[in-house]
Design a protein around this ligand. Sequence first.
Ligand code: GLU
Length: 383
Amino acid sequence: MCGIVGYVGKREAYPILIKGLHRLEYRGYDSAGIALVNGAGRLNVYKCKGKVAALEHFVESKDLEGSIGIAHTRWATHGEPNDANAHPHYSESENIALIHNGIIENYRVLKDALTEHGYTFRSNTDSEVLVNLIEYVRATNGCTLLEAVQQALKQVIGAYAIAIIEKGCRDRIIAARKSSPMVVGIGEGEYFLGSDAASIVEYTNDFVYVNDGEVAIIDRNLPLKIVTLDNRESRIDIKQLELSISQLEKGGYPHFMLKEIYEQPKTIVDCIRGRVNPDDFDVRLSGVIDNRERFLRARRIIFVACGTSWHASLIGEHLIENICRIPVEVEYASEFRYRNPIIHPDDIVIAVSQSGETADTLAAVELARKAGAFVFGICNVVG
Ligand code: GLU
């Protein structure tokens, strides 16, 4: 899953969106794109394969005017990395533009049904199916764009964070999420949207995290409104998040990886500070102490993780079995979630994810929760 940025307010959107995309570059991506509604209500989409710098070059002589827009970095899951598959995707009529992070698992059936209704597709992505489904629902039900988004998303299986803007509408972004992160930043008379607070933190410290199954109506003239797919209004819970710009930048290193390697001594000290006291050999992990009884009663501990987090979990298995004598299993989240695994209510499931966004790990957590297990998370992102 890659990056989403959005803006609506009194400033020009393009520079804010491009800067946001640069801030998300550390995540890796294969293409980038942007959609803007200009003062005359025209919906412009520009996108290309390659780096954000390539996109900047591509749009040099284009109409970049507009105080509302959405932007995307893509990490291809469906369709090769090329210009056509890059986001945003227009709907068939070119009235709606959509960006999407995640995977629409049932895209094939939806695409076949839309094809039967005469829709054609310019890309091989699962995401373009969603924008056309929204357009189809709106046309057949004669409903508003918001209602069409809600109804279309009810038909979707998979993970998504999406943002949508519309031709002729200079005020409103509609965004929604399920199992893919999304945050709205609130400024004065302006709103920011991000898949990651890092992309917008320099403009505001006030954030609202959109929950799974919610749709955000981000309208420059109205207070932020969040509703469920069934149109029940959710409470707006504004959280303050202070992140310094230097935490987000490469700090003089050519790559984030090198920066992180050099930061390891400091990171380890920061991580154990306040938790390990060498003077009296005391270790206090409040998350564990607060749930001591649960741990002592645990029949088994299951780690669910992917990639490097999975390797880290293997070390956790050695430590916990050796010191605590509680059986531990380490599972690949992507295998676990699709396997109908046996989970007991007295199991403890520990999800490990650096970003807290790993889709398979989040799905594994959901499974564990439903089975009544006690769920812990080890994650590197506050909030
Ligand atoms: N599944 C979408 C695609 O392949 C979105 C990928 C992403 O999260 O960047 O285009």
